[in-house]
Ligand binder design. Structure first.
Ligand SMILES: Cc1cc2nc3c(=O)[nH]c(=O)nc-3n(C[C@H](O)[C@H](O)[C@H](O)COP(=O)(O)OP(=O)(O)OC[C@H]3O[C@@H](n4cnc5c(N)ncnc54)[C@H](O)[C@@H]3O)c2cc1C
Ligand SMILES: NC(=O)c1ccc[n+]([C@@H]2O[C@H](COP(=O)([O-])OP(=O)(O)OC[C@H]3O[C@@H](n4cnc5c(N)ncnc54)[C@H](OP(=O)(O)O)[C@@H]3O)[C@@H](O)[C@H]2O)c1
Length: 535
């Protein structure tokens, strides 16, 4: 099945070339379309002109007013109206620059528009609504005029094509060994968060603090066997050289149900059922349950329909990797890597549903097992180059992960800069991750300040940004002294609220108007002094 084999990305423009990520991605796509069989490209003068940085040639002004992860897709598309197609494609994405697709939002859209990337379903946070919008924009692309190579081209330029290095992208993962898991919450917690360790020595991989780790997880066997029973098939039926059970465990996503599955069901059923399946395939919600329909729920909803295993598998989406912020430092523990992973579990109707990768790490992989992984290089999330620069880290919940890594790294390298961590979670007695370690860092002086916020200890919610406001004067002093500021964790609410608190602190203690404080924070971002890793 072609669909589930990751296509290799062609990298023609070397990372060292004087282009931004977005320009590099666009140019890679541009050249990929012109590659001849002997690995050379022929450029027309117009195409040569497009090589100039910033000269995509489509009249774009470079502004991205929709680039805000809290805006709904309809608003983002409105803001992108009248822009070139590649920019409207960017607006269709979830704007988290989370890297799960293997790009930033802007690079992914450029790659699709230049036809170097054919997969329209890679935006995990955007889910089905992004995939649907991209599909319709892609159809527009088919109708648009794409510049063709001229037969009277300038002399051919020889370029080499390289597939990304092993273990450095989702398209070329390597094996790592799962070593151990340890529960970070204590009795009484409503959360289930694990400290997970891997051995990278056989993979020969290294990483820098701030990078994320991509893992390819496997589906739950119990869920797979229930699906096979609903299909009325045998788990040993062969599908594309694998048993049906293996294909369902290893290759395809079982949640949420893709439009192509509804399309398949619309062919296999009649009457009202067919109408419903068709409506669902078009993004409608005839019974008000569309958001709850994972693959098994579709089989239950259309219970008389039993697709052939091969067409069933063909109709599903490939299993996507998941990213996790690395919570260890290669400088401190070479060859080892750790993550801090919150298990996603929830109930819909009578059925308990499992987050794919988080519960795979929590319960379906055993010490000594190998799994496919890659290191996703961080773009704009790293320790300051100058080890003397003070840092302020704000990471509630699993947001602590990269900051544990930063601290371990600064200790291992003897970086003299001051370190201030804001950590928060639900309850102090059971959700204080890495408590002993952080307290020891405080005692040793590595952690200059540790500020904590427990949301459910009192009658009223108290969050990291409430603690930040309490110590606003000192926070402002750190900023005025050149500190870098970092946020990690929930993208939808926390990151936005923390930024709003920061603006208030700058206004109050930096003696600025709100507008000036907003510009000050924007300037921090521009200078790379305010960085985020949010998901
Ligand atoms: C750069 C980056 C870094 C990250 N770092 C971390 C990290 O350090 N630690 C960490 O734990 N996670 C981290 N994540 C998130 C992680 O990648 C996964 O998204 C997360 O673990 C869930 O994946 P999953 O496969 O377990 O769940 P999935 O199978 O993807 O299921 C999650 C989906 O289930 C649905 N869902 C969840 N809860 C409910 C509910 N109550 N009701 C209805 N539907 C629901 C939602 O649609 C949700 O999108 C990071 C993400 C990114 C992009
Ligand atoms: N979809 C969502 O709405 C949502 C929200 C949060 C997390 N998540 C996901 O859940 C996973 C794990 O989360 P996690 O373990 O890191 O913990 P978390 O659920 O993000 O919670 C960590 C702490 O942050 C608090 N918090 C909630 N809203 C906040 C806000 N607006 N500002 C500041 N703090 C806030 C929580 O308080 P209370 O819980 O007591 O309010 C808790 O004390 C991640 O994958 C994350 O993306 C999703």
């Amino acid at each position: 099945m072609n669909q589930i084999t990751p296509a290799a990305k062609i990298e023609i423009i070397p990372p060292s070339a004087p282009f931004s990520e977005a320009q590099r991605s666009w140019l890679n796509g541009f050249f990929a379309g012109l590659l001849t069989t002997d690995g050379t490209v022929a450029l027309s003068p117009e195409q040569g002109a497009m090589l100039l940085p910033g000269a995509a040639g489509d009249g774009d002004d470079g502004e991205t007013p929709w680039h805000d992860q809290t805006l709904p897709i309809a608003d983002r598309m409105k803001l992108a109206e009248g822009r070139p197609l590649r920019r409207r494609m960017m607006a269709a994405m979830a704007q988290q620059d989370c890297g799960q697709c293997g790009y930033n939002c802007s690079d992914y859209s450029d790659a699709i528009a230049s036809k170097s990337e054919a997969r329209l379903n890679l935006c995990v946070p955007g889910g089905k609504e992004t995939a649907r919008m991209l599909k319709s924009l892609y159809e527009e692309l088919g109708n648009a005029n794409v510049p063709a190579a001229s037969p009277t081209s300038v002399p051919a330029v020889a370029v080499s094509t390289t597939i990304s290095e092993p273990g450095r992208s989702r398209d070329n993962p390597v094996d790592a060994i799962f070593v151990s898991r340890r529960l970070l919450n204590k009795k009484g917690s409503e959360k289930e968060t694990w400290h997970i360790e891997f051995d990278l020595s056989t993979a020969g991989l290294d990483y820098v603090v701030g990078d994320s780790f991509g893992i390819f997880a496997k589906n739950d066997l119990g869920l797979v066997d229930q699906i096979i029973a609903l299909l009325g098939a045998s788990h040993t039926t062969m599908v594309n050289g694998k048993t049906l059970r293996q294909a369902l465990v290893e290759d395809v996503s079982l949640s949420p149900a893709p439009d192509s599955l509804f399309e398949l069901f619309s062919y296999l059923t009649g009457g009202k059922q067919r109408e419903k399946a068709r409506a669902l395939a078009q993004g409608e919600d005839p019974d008000g349950d569309a958001a709850t329909l994972d693959v098994m729920a579709v089989l239950q909803k259309f219970s008389g329909v039993r697709p052939h295993p091969e067409s069933f598998i063909e109709a599903l989406e490939p299993l996507q990797p998941r990213l996790y912020s690395i919570s260890s430092s290669h400088n401190a523990t070479p060859g080892k890597l750790s993550l801090t992973v919150d298990s996603v579990r929830y109930v819909i109707g009578k059925r308990r549903r499992l987050g794919l990768a988080s519960t795979f790490l929590a319960e379906r992989i055993n010490p000594g097992d190998a799994l496919k992984v890659y290191v996703q290089k961080a773009h704009g999330f790293a320790l300051p180059q100058d080890p003397r620069t003070p840092i302020v880290m704000i990471g509630p919940g699993t947001g602590i992960a990269p900051f544990r890594a930063f601290l371990l790294d600064r200790r291992a390298t003897g970086a003299p800069g001051k370190n201030w961590l804001f950590f928060g979670h639900q309850r102090s007695d059971c959700d204080f991750f890495y408590q002993d370690e952080l307290n020891a860092m405080k005692t040793s002086g590595l952690l200059t300040r540790l500020s904590l916020a427990w949301s459910r200890d009192g009658a009223k919610k108290f969050y990291v940004q409430d603690r930040m406001r309490e110590v606003g004067r000192e926070l402002w002093t750190w900023l005025a002294d050149g500190a870098n500021l970092y946020i990690c964790g929930d993208a939808k609410r926390m990151a936005k609220d923390v930024e709003a608190a920061l603006v208030d602190i700058v206004a109050q203690f930096g003696a600025r108007s709100t507008d000036e404080a907003i510009s000050f924070v924007a300037e921090l971002k521009k200078k790379g002094r305010f960085q985020q890793d949010v998901y």
